[in-house]
Write a protein that binds this ligand. Structure first.
Ligand code: PLP
Length: 372
């Protein structure tokens, strides 16, 4: 008997490596610090929690498909037109909508090497071809991105600050990148970590006000501590928003998420507290890592809520061994071997105690490993 043919995935889906999330648990010991997914260690604002509780009894009703109140709150908060905002199931959905609305088989989508892992998946999912521009010392190289653009490029994805590197390019560099793109190429500026950047910074909202080919992408998962509620948004010219609405899931942000996001935006004190804590402990952790420079560790300068630790390829200790040592101490960080960065560990900023525990674990590991 001949075997019946089985359903086959498309060749482009076959090319996708499924997203590998950060670890949330250890098999054999309690977790001391969960620093693998750039989450807010304090949780959401208490006002966001209360807002979610207040709508739980409406759970039998579909959420507002247009997220009207949330878009109005975002419009007021950022001084922008709510009609130009689209909300998504996390900003991940917004990234997929951009790829799906503007690219397909035969088209190219450019992103930076060592960029956010979802860009490759979103590109391949729609049958488009990912084109990877080399970076320079973990930083986006604008000339390399522009050199990767061809007449088939439909979208350029850029995370700024970038994940997993934490690096930032200046407002002037972002604008130079945009100015070098053809007007029919979408520039998707993913500002998931916008609130942690300092100095002259372009979050994409200004660019999207001025140009018809820019989407500013934002999330409530990082600063606002609402990762479980899956709330992201995009801001762009009406024609781009219209295209994205055609393919989004109709009820893509739950009622709890919409209510939580509105309350979180209003709690500016909670957001400021998280931001100040993050910047302070990011600098502290970077200094601690720099002090381990003799063992080949380096803190890549970060503008986000995490620090990328690079281990010298020929140094006395490896990132893989350091990650094992962290896990033995109950600390979950992200070893980036799956992203072709085997010499790097990304450590999210936790509470003071968590961040201190991570640094102490690394210090003790280095001391053990380098003791003669
Ligand atoms: C975390 C992250 C996102 C996605 O966040 P959502 O939870 O889907 O909103 C998007 N882009 C970058 C660069 C991120 O690090």
């Amino acid at each position: 008997m001949t075997a019946q043919p089985l359903p086959r995935m498309t060749p482009w889906v076959e090319g996708i490596h499924a997203y590998v999330p950060g670890k949330a648990k250890l098999a054999d010991r309690p977790v001391v610090a969960r620093l693998a997914s750039n989450e807010n260690p304090f949780g959401p604002s208490p006002r966001a929690i209360a807002a979610m509780q207040s709508v739980l009894a409406d759970s039998h009703r579909y959420p507002d498909p247009a997220a009207t109140a949330l878009r109005e709150a975002l419009g007021a908060h950022h001084g922008i037109d709510p009609a130009r905002i689209i909300c998504g199931t996390g900003s991940d959905e917004i990234l997929h909508l951009i790829a799906g609305a503007f690219a397909g088989p035969g088209d190219e989508i450019v992103h930076v090497r060592h960029g956010f892992a979802v860009y490759d998946i979103a590109t391949r999912r729609v049958g488009a071809t990912p084109v990877v521009a080399p970076d320079a010392d973990w930083i986006c190289d604008v000339d390399a991105v522009l050199a990767a653009v061809t007449d088939r490029t439909r979208v350029v994805f850029l995370a700024n600050p970038n994940n997993p590197t934490g690096t930032l390019i200046s407002a002037a560099e972002v604008r130079r990148l945009h100015a070098g793109l053809p007007s029919d190429c979408v520039f998707a500026l993913d500002a998931a970590y916008a609130e942690f950047a300092e100095g002259l910074y372009e979050d994409g909202i200004g660019l999207a006000n001025e140009h018809a080919n820019v989407v500013a992408v934002r999330t409530f998962s990082k600063l606002y501590g609402l990762a479980a509620q899956r709330i992201g948004w995009g801001y762009a010219a009406p024609a781009l928003i219209d295209a994205m609405h055609r393919i989004r899931a109709p009820f893509n942000v739950p009622t709890t998420g919409q209510a939580a996001a509105i309350a979180a935006l209003a709690d500016t004190e909670w957001a400021a507290m998280t931001r100040e804590h993050t910047l302070r402990w990011r600098n502290w952790l970077s200094t601690e890592i720099t002090a381990l420079g003799n063992a080949g560790l380096r803190a890549v300068p970060s503008a986000a809520n995490f620090v990328l630790v690079e281990f010298a390829a020929d140094g006395p200790v490896t990132a893989a061994a350091a990650n094992e040592a962290l896990m033995a101490d109950g600390i979950l960080a992200r070893h980036l071997a799956v992203q072709n960065m085997p010499n790097c560990i990304r450590i999210s900023i936790g509470t003071e105690a968590e961040t201190r525990a991570a640094a102490a674990s690394l210090r003790a590991f280095v001391a053990r490993a380098t003791a003669a």
